[in-house]
Design a protein around this ligand. Structure first.
Ligand code: FFO
Ligand code: ATP
Length: 202
């Protein structure tokens, strides 16, 4: 069947299935006890720090997490300690693109309408995306094979479509892992998923 025809019929169904998974996992995320969340975050961050992609990367992109998301504070600290260049995105809602800027400390940040802290473009200079070795991709729900549902802006799918060679990793709390995610044509898989598994050291 012609792909365009297929998506015109089923696209809406996929989008509402994604919304349903997004809302269900968001509720779960908001209910994780703080201590449990910190424990999982710590384990996942350690997995990342021991990985080849992290060790190799000189420039790492990450986000300043919202309270329900995996807390990126430990990754930021470690990156700075190891002398990596950290970059964070600023969103352009008009065309749903992202521009990356260096992150050094918490000054030069402004809160976006979405609620996240973003770099202040009046103070900072953008980084060439070609410079980025590794992107820690945020998200709400993931499958172990790397499918992802984010906050619904399509920002990472758009960016990653243009930069297919950049390494991508997502750290996934147990509550964020789902069996299946309906795939849309534009969806880009995350190359490496580090998932928290209870009673497992893998
Ligand atoms: N901490 C953090 N920073 C991040 C992301 C993230 O997921 N987490 N992003 C990851 O991409 C980007 C921001 N993503 C955004 C995603 C959606 C909307 C937004 O306006 N959402 C609409 C609903 C969208 C729709 O359903 O069409 C809304 O909230 O009203 C804004 C920013 C960059 N920074
Ligand atoms: N490469 C692309 N080109 C055009 N439209 C896109 C592209 N990627 C995503 N979109 C559109 O953006 C919207 C949101 O996409 P989706 O639900 O996949 O976002 P998300 O991955 O959850 O969000 P985010 O990456 O911001 O966390 C959808 O309407 C989708 O059709």
């Amino acid at each position: 069947m012609d792909k365009g025809f297929f998506y015109s019929i089923f696209g809406g169904v996929f989008i509402s299935m994604k919304k349903e998974i997004r809302n269900r996992v968001l509720q779960k995320l908001k209910q994780i006890p703080a201590e449990e969340k910190t424990f999982q975050e710590s384990e996942l961050s350690q997995k990342l720090f021991h990985s080849a992609v992290w060790k190799r990367a000189e420039t790492v992109s990450l986000t300043l997490s919202l309270s329900h998301e995996l807390n990126t504070a430990e990754i930021i600290n470690q990156g700075l300690v190891e002398g990596k260049k950290l970059v964070i995105p600023r969103c352009q809602p008009a065309n749903r693109t992202m521009t990356f800027y260096p992150f050094t400390d918490r000054s030069s940040l402004i809160r976006s309408s979405f609620g996240v802290l973003e770099p202040d473009p009046d103070v900072l200079t953008p980084v060439d995306p070609e410079e980025i070795d590794l992107i820690i991709v945020p998200g709400i729900a993931f499958t172990s094979s790397g499918q992802r549902i984010g906050h619904g802006g399509g920002y990472y799918d758009r960016f990653l479509a243009k930069h297919p060679d950049i390494e991508t990793v997502s750290l996934v709390l147990q509550e964020q892992l789902v069996k299946e995610i309906p795939t849309e044509v534009h969806d880009i898989n995350i190359k490496q998923i580090y998932q928290f598994k209870k009673e497992s050291s893998s």
